[in-house]
Write a protein that binds this ligand. Structure first.
Ligand code: SF4
Ligand code: SF4
Length: 452
């Protein structure tokens, strides 16, 4: 039976609810504006929020998004004053120049280690929200060369008054946005390219070309944005093979087969020459140290972000009491990232916001301490990190749930608030020391033998 998962559910109507106290406190950490939105939302709901940002001021969290905010009123509306509001919010404790380096414990009882400047400090909290920006990991299919910039570097490098990029005196005359070269289907760059492209064209007279595989219209008002792009003279091409980017006369050159021409009149190669800058949609992923914090919590990452594993549960992770937003969840356009952030904050509020939580004692595992050999199997296998076997030091001995009053044992202990009743530990325990309450272990095994 080893390796099979107990998937039993108790009969309908059987339950015994226990009230568990939870401190309504959370730590929100990160460098993405989604963190500010989560902090504000939770604090407005009465949760004690500690906000950690890696910069000296909160303004630096929103600064890289100011070009998009200039081009898009809905983003401006979201970001314009959030840093200021959060800086003054009485329900938020702000810790600047701080980064999470380690998290341990459970929902309701997390221990968080943060680097603050040069020092390491430990915090205790009931829930954790992380909102990180993605770092450019690579430019899929496009060799890095002078004049080629990852999209996020381009956005954070423009001078809003002059349109010039960092280190340049003038705004670029011709820009290509090269989208969709990677495998991951992301729409954030398409939306940003269209809206920022119109902004650049109207404000600085920049000639903008957008090259993509697909036009994305699944965002509110995107049809109007494409119309605005056409009216302002932005040219959009669809390609099939990733375009070639090479040195040309007076700047960069981009060469590609126009997909529209391929379908109607046979292949047609197009060359865009004398380009000042090619803005390439990069693959965004978490930095290794931040990814490591998530992995240690057993939050799986796919292609450097957490979202693809849980697309239907926005911001939610397999670790109870931990939510993720920003590019750490999935690279999204700021208005979509804000929706993810609010949904994640709502999820966290559900777990920790009310001060108490009801646990159904019939749906949790229980260790018989007299049988436990403290072998650590259940500790390693529990997907919710709900079992502890602290074999060394004073906390080695427990008054274990289910033991007679006054009796103490060395044994594994289930944290019933976080146990999901999945039965994995019961099916793997070599000493048969774990039962799902109500169904004795032998009944679980019988059931599995008959039904799997
Ligand atoms: S798997 Fe069983 S014997 Fe091993 S620590 Fe867990 S409860 Fe004890
Ligand atoms: S302790 Fe609970 S959540 Fe963890 S493996 Fe056992 S039944 Fe599943």
């Amino acid at each position: 039976m080893s390796g099979q998962q107990a998937v039993l559910r108790i009969p309908a109507g059987t339950s015994e609810l226990k009230e568990v106290s939870i401190q309504p406190s959370v730590i929100v950490a990160g460098d993405h504006p989604a963190g500010l939105l989560m902090a504000e939302h939770l604090a407005d709901l009465g949760v004690a929020v500690t906000l950690m940002v890696p910069f000296p001021t909160l303004e630096e969290v929103v600064a890289p998004y100011r070009v998009i905010a200039s081009a898009d009123e809905s983003v401006a509306g979201l970001l314009q004053e959030v840093a200021e509001r959060v800086s003054q919010h009485a329900g938020i404790t702000r810790v600047t120049q701080a980064d999470l380096v380690d998290i341990s414990g459970w929902w309701g009882d997390f221990s968080v280690q943060a680097r603050i400047g040069e020092d390491l400090k430990t915090f205790h909290t009931s829930g954790i929200a992380m909102a990180y920006r993605g770092n450019p990991v690579d430019l899929p299919g496009i060799p890095v060369q002078e004049g080629v910039l990852p999209f996020t570097d381009f956005l954070s490098g423009i001078n809003l008054q002059t349109g010039a990029l960092a280190g340049k005196a003038e705004s670029p005359k011709q820009v290509v946005f090269l989208l969709d070269a990677g495998e991951r289907d992301e729409k954030w760059a398409s939306v940003a390219a269209i809206r920022v492209g119109v902004f650049l064209k109207r404000k600085f007279g920049t000639q903008v070309f957008i090259l993509c595989r697909e036009l994305k219209v699944s965002v509110d008002e995107m049809e109007q944005d494409y119309r605005a792009a056409r009216e302002s003279g932005i040219i959009v091409f669809k390609y099939r093979q990733t375009p070639r980017v090479e040195k040309g006369s007076g700047g960069l050159r981009v060469v590609f087969e126009d997909a529209a021409a391929i379908s109607s009149h046979g292949p047609s190669e197009i060359t865009l020459d004398a380009l000042d800058v090619v803005v390439a949609q990069e693959r965004l992923g978490l930095s290794e140290d931040r990814a490591e914090v998530l992995r240690k919590l057993r939050i799986p990452l796919e292609d450097g972000v957490a979202g693809p594993n849980n697309p239907q549960f926005t911001g939610r992770t397999p670790k109870k009491g931990v939510v993720v937003a920003g590019d750490a969840w999935f690279p999204e356009y700021p208005t979509d990232a804000a929706m993810t952030a609010l949904s994640a904050a709502q999820e966290l509020y559900k777990w920790v916001g009310k001060g108490t939580y009801q646990v159904d004692a019939y749906r949790v595992a229980e260790v018989d301490p007299s049988k436990c050999a403290t072998c650590l199997t259940c500790f390693r296998i529990c997907p919710h990190d709900s079992i502890r076997v602290e074999r060394y030091g004073e906390r080695n001995v427990y008054i274990t749930q289910g033991a007679k009053e006054g009796a103490t044992w060395e044994a594994a202990r289930v944290k019933i608030e976080t146990c999901d009743g999945c039965g994995l530990c019961a099916s793997e325990c070599p000493a048969k020391a774990i039962q799902l309450i109500y169904y004795p272990d032998m009944e679980v095994l019988d059931f599995l033998a008959k039904n799997l």
